[in-house]
Write a protein that binds this ligand. Structure first.
Ligand code: SAH
Length: 470
């Protein structure tokens, strides 16, 4: 099985730097299931091609597998198509042999790794359970031009029709990192198989390699189902995380998002909310703060220059929000001391996350209403049961105030991505339940200008862990 990668970027031999493989040398890598050889059939300044030849040893492959498939054909373990087609074995080889390039790292020429360059990738042969159509369906939305070569299943019997294996050439201007990530995910998807057991950690791999493209791919459902070997629970969990990543960015939402924002700007509500949160953090004396669902990092921008806070974590499920946060906070220009305080991570509130341990205070500013109410219990467990900070500050809209909201039609929520907005009584009853269940004291405070009937536009709950102040 052979995978070649060519570029016509000049000088094309820069490909050697990007892949960390010298064009003059043949290099061989030992993998658990065979060997990978990398060599350059062509290396000129105008065009350069790196070939990755995967030499799979079916016996080694069988022995390296923890679970063997039961098959009616006893020799299948040794006699199969695995050595000849691109499969999850190639994804593993890409991660091991081209690992730095897949992570976007190029020490000697970082600017090249960050740039979109003209690439051509060729896979010989690539199985596609779903034929030529599926190849188009998966690669074209990502901006590739495809050239597909078909083969008869058996040349002696043309009536048997075409084989499901193709030689595929993909052409596009891409960052090398993105091209490799696309192949890493889509090859096993096309093959609809994997040579290893697929567990929970496979979701993280998929979301990491799918970052920036999978959430908006029209075939994301099929990709996720096949990548996770049709395991229903894993698939549901991955799809729900992708939906959350995608939803705030969808075009329709963006407009109404701006509407909400502009109303908030004119009333200064967003700033008042952030000020209220910072005041409470000050009063608590907390030094290590985690802002969960940090969005574009507005709260973080207030915490970093403040000497009280020594460690600030921003977490969001949306990669796009995080890069916006990095841009808004001008990470690369921050003074060293502030830069060292800050950690930005992608993560979901719906999963236990050890990175959240050890913070004295957790803030959730206008986040819970973006979650499915049926999943709130999970968030409660993650924040109050597992991370267990001394202090949790949480804000959410007060629905009763909506009728005073300029320009908001009656009965509508403030943002199309909101799953719910609570009245004061609903919020209080939820917050009391959580405080009682996890051993926290509770204070509920108004934020923004109070209306005598409707109350404040924003409600804030301050939870303080009992027996151990923040
Ligand atoms: N706290 C910010 C952003 C609020 S918007 C502010 O006040 O400006 C809600 C944010 O929650 C979005 O950035 C969204 O991506 C994030 N979010 C939604 N679901 C999430 C989840 N499951 N885990 C983490 N963040 C989530």
């Amino acid at each position: 099985m052979i995978f070649t990668l060519s570029t016509t970027h000049t000088p094309a031999t820069d490909l050697g730097f990007l892949l960390y493989k010298h064009p003059d040398r043949l290099q061989t890598f030992q993998l658990r299931f065979g060997q990978a050889h990398v060599y350059y059939p062509l290396a000129t300044p105008e065009k350069c091609t790196a070939a990755l030849l995967l030499d799979i040893d079916p016996i080694q492959l069988f022995r390296s597998q923890k679970v063997s498939g039961n098959s009616s054909f006893a020799l299948r373990q040794y006699v199969n198509d695995r050595p000849y087609v691109a499969s999850s074995l190639l994804s593993v080889a890409i991660a091991q042999v081209y690992g730095s390039a897949l992570s976007g790292v190029c020490k000697s020429k970082p600017e090249l790794a960050a740039r979109e360059l003209p690439f051509e990738a060729s896979l010989s042969v690539l199985p596609s359970r779903g034929g030529e159509d599926l190849l188009h369906h998966l690669f074209e939305p990502l901006g590739y031009d495809l050239k597909i070569h078909t083969y008869p299943l058996d040349a002696r019997f043309p009536e048997w029709g075409p084989s499901e294996a193709f030689t595929v050439e993909l052409r596009s201007h891409k960052r090398l990192q993105d091209l490799l990530a696309h192949l890493y995910v889509l090859i096993p998807v096309l093959d609809d198989d994997k040579h290893y057991y697929v567990g929970e950690d496979e979701i993280d791999k998929l979301l990491a390699r799918g970052e920036g493209w999978l959430a908006s791919h029209p075939a994301r459902q099929l990709i996720v189902e096949r990548y996770l070997r049709h395991r229903r629970k894993l698939t549901a969990s991955a799809l729900s995380q992708l939906r959350e990543e995608d939803a705030p960015d969808e075009a329709g939402d963006e407009q109404s998002g701006r509407k909400e924002e502009s109303i908030e700007k004119s009333t200064g509500l967003h700033q008042q909310r952030l000020d209220a949160v910072v005041d409470r953090l000050h009063a608590s004396g907390a030094r290590r703060v985690a802002d969960l669902g940090c969005g574009e990092g507005r709260l973080i921008g207030l915490l970093l220059p403040d000497g009280q806070f020594t460690q600030v974590l921003g977490m969001d499920v949306s990669a796009r929000s995080l890069s916006e946060a990095a841009y808004r906070l001008q990470l690369d220009r921050l003074p060293g001391a502030q830069r060292r305080k800050l950690t930005l991570i992608q993560g979901s509130l719906l999963y236990r996350d050890r990175r959240l341990a050890g913070y004295e205070a957790v803030t959730l500013v206008e986040v819970i209403e973006h979650l499915d109410p049926a999943r709130l219990e999970v968030v409660e467990r993650v924040v109050f049961g597992q991370a267990q900070p001394g202090l949790v500050i949480l804000t959410t809209p007060n629905r009763e105030y909506n009728r005073l909201w300029p320009g908001l039609p009656a009965g509508e929520l403030r943002h199309p991505d909101h799953h719910f907005e609570w009245t004061r009584a609903e919020f209080q009853s939820w917050a009391e339940g959580v405080a009682g269940a996890y051993g926290y004291g509770l204070a509920i405070l108004p934020v923004g200008s109070l209306d005598p009937q409707a109350g404040p536009p924003t409600q804030m709950a301050v939870f303080t862990r009992e027996g151990r102040g923040a």
